[in-house]
Design a protein around this ligand. Structure first.
Ligand code: HEM
Ligand SMILES: *[C@@H]1O[C@H](CO)[C@@H](O)[C@H](O)[C@H]1NC(C)=O
Ligand SMILES: *[C@@H]1O[C@H](CO)[C@@H](O)[C@H](O)[C@H]1NC(C)=O
Ligand SMILES: *[C@@H]1O[C@H](CO)[C@@H](O)[C@H](O)[C@H]1NC(C)=O
Ligand SMILES: *[C@@H]1O[C@H](CO)[C@@H](O)[C@H](O)[C@H]1NC(C)=O
Ligand SMILES: *[C@@H]1O[C@H](CO)[C@@H](O)[C@H](O)[C@H]1NC(C)=O
Ligand SMILES: *[C@@H]1O[C@H](CO)[C@@H](O)[C@H](O)[C@H]1NC(C)=O
Ligand SMILES: *[C@@H]1O[C@H](CO)[C@@H](O)[C@H](O)[C@H]1NC(C)=O
Length: 375
């Protein structure tokens, strides 16, 4: 089965801008900041995404044009060490306010992620965490720099937003129930180190990933009464455990063994090691798919959650499992996206439909498209 499939078709969409209907509060910004950002707050029709990179070679990415610059006050950083790193090395804007096109280019150029996976991750996130009118998203918390919000219940909360794609049982971030759900947590990182010592000879590898992933799930079941582990979180949880030894290992080595020094740099600081070379972009898609299968198969946990008390993990028969690609896609569109945008109108509806078309690309070969807002 192909969970992360190659793209079959890319539709070409025109870029156009029209006047933004109305401004809402942009509290907290100085006049100079406002003058800088207001011109960006036009309604932007989402353009077609970049295609696959024509250069997937292993090459230096921590280069002179992309030095590490730590985030300044106000720069957005969040639960994804991949995106944080790309922003701190200038593959994404340093302030962490990004467009889908920028993300797709950055993950391809900086890490060798394949186009289909980049599109799947980017548009799923954009649909729930981004501003569909301005086509901007924060890679951390909510920011006025993504422009005036569409009507509630839309959140436009950035990548930190819990219970949509950010979720429980992260490797180095705490569960929502315990408060901070997106910052690097040294205690959890120490546990990852302990597992790497025990199962990886001091490195994080696939064996460590299988054990630590399972351990973090058991820990959440035992400690978090609101633990939730259903689609789409269940798939991203296994995916991210694999990303760590695929994308954070130097592409010249590519042996799936990540040193703790490099891991700390990525997870805590969003920083590439000196002389870091990206992975071979022609290989990462298969590596991710096969690794997810292996990590899951070692300790399969089916979708479910606690019921308000600890140690009450109950399977959720309504949730897609990690192999139910089309149900996962359909529920995401028909339930998750629609819960945030029950009845969009005008430019909002048009832009959501564009983003839904672009999100559908990654399953176009396998699933039928769902049209919650008409065609
Ligand atoms: C393509 C765009 C991407 C998006 C939209 C995205 C989004 C996210 C989100 C929402 C999370 C939080 C999930 C959680 O609660 O743990 C996350 C975590 C993570 N991401 Fe990304 N990501 C992207 C690309 C990448 C890339 C390229 C890498 C690696 C180079 C990466 C590595 C990770 C890892 C390792 C975690 C887990 C962190 C942890 O569990 O402590 N991501 N990502
Ligand atoms: C998912 O599919 C893979 C390969 O196609 C298989 O190895 C694995 O057992 C499946 N997992 C589940 C939960 O069915
Ligand atoms: C790759 O694309 C770039 C930019 O579109 C172009 O300048 C370059 O010639 C292409 N390289 C190859 C090998 O096709
Ligand atoms: C994630 O944690 C932050 C505080 O650390 C909180 O402000 C935010 O609301 C949380 N996510 C979600 C929905 O609540
Ligand atoms: C980090 O995680 C540990 C273990 O779950 C928790 O006890 C601690 O409160 C967290 N620290 C912060 C700063 O959130
Ligand atoms: C992980 O490292 C340990 C210790 O070196 C080794 O026994 C194990 O085979 C490695 N696993 C993988 C998948 O490389
Ligand atoms: C939650 O699960 C526990 C353990 O399975 C069970 O004893 C309890 O009755 C359940 N509570 C609710 C509210 O369903
Ligand atoms: C989407 O949800 C609506 C209303 O809940 C339902 O009638 C429809 O059958 C669902 N469509 C799909 C494809 O699941």
């Amino acid at each position: 089965m192909t969970r992360f499939t190659p793209l079959l078709a890319l539709s070409i969409l025109a870029v156009q801008t029209v006047a933004f209907p109305q401004y809402q509060s942009l509290g907290g910004l100085s006049e100079r900041e406002l003058a800088d950002i207001l011109p960006r707050f036009t309604t932007v029709t989402p353009p077609s995404p970049p295609g696959p990179s024509n250069d997937t070679s292993v090459r230096l990415v921590n280069d002179a044009a992309h030095p590490y610059v730590p985030p300044r006050n106000g720069d957005m950083r969040g639960p994804c060490p991949g995106l944080n790193t790309l922003a701190s090395h200038g593959y994404l804007p340093h302030n962490g306010i990004v467009t889908p096109t920028q993300i797709i280019n950055a993950v391809q150029d900086g890490f060798g992620m394949d186009n289909s996976l980049a599109i799947q991750l980017t548009y799923s996130t954009m649909l729930v965490d981004g501003n569909p009118l301005t086509n901007l998203m924060s890679i951390g918390g909510k920011s006025p720099l993504t422009g005036p919000d569409p009507p509630k219940p839309a959140i436009v909360g950035g990548v930190d937003t819990h219970a949509v794609l950010e979720g429980d049982a992260s490797m180095t971030r705490g569960d929502f129930f315990f408060g901070d759900n997106h910052s690097f947590n040294q205690t959890l990182f120490n546990e990852l180190v302990a597992f790497s010592n025990r199962f990886g000879g001091g490195n994080y590898n696939l064996t460590v990933a299988t054990e630590y992933r399972f351990y973090r799930i058991q820990q959440s079941i035992a400690e978090n009464p609101t633990f939730s582990f259903i689609s789409p979180r269940i798939l991203t949880a296994y995916g991210e455990a694999a990303f760590t030894f695929i994308f954070f290992v130097d592409g010249r080595k590519a042996d799936g063994q990540l040193s703790m020094e490099a891991a700390l740099g990525f997870f805590r600081d969003g920083r590439m090691p000196d002389d870091f070379h990206r992975a071979d972009g022609s290989k990462t898609s298969n590596l991710v798919d096969n690794s997810v299968d292996a990590i899951f198969a070692a300790h399969p946990v089916q979708p479910g959650g606690n019921n308000g008390t600890v140690n009450s993990y109950t399977l959720d028969p309504n949730s897609a499992g990690i192999n139910d690609t089309c149900k996962g896609y359909t529920d995401f569109v028909n339930i998750t996206v629609r819960s945030l945008y029950p009845n969009p109108q005008g430019a909002l509806r048009n832009n959501l439909n564009k983003n839904l078309d672009l999100f559908f690309l990654h399953v176009a070969g396998q699933c039928s498209q769902v049209f919650p807002y008409g065609q």
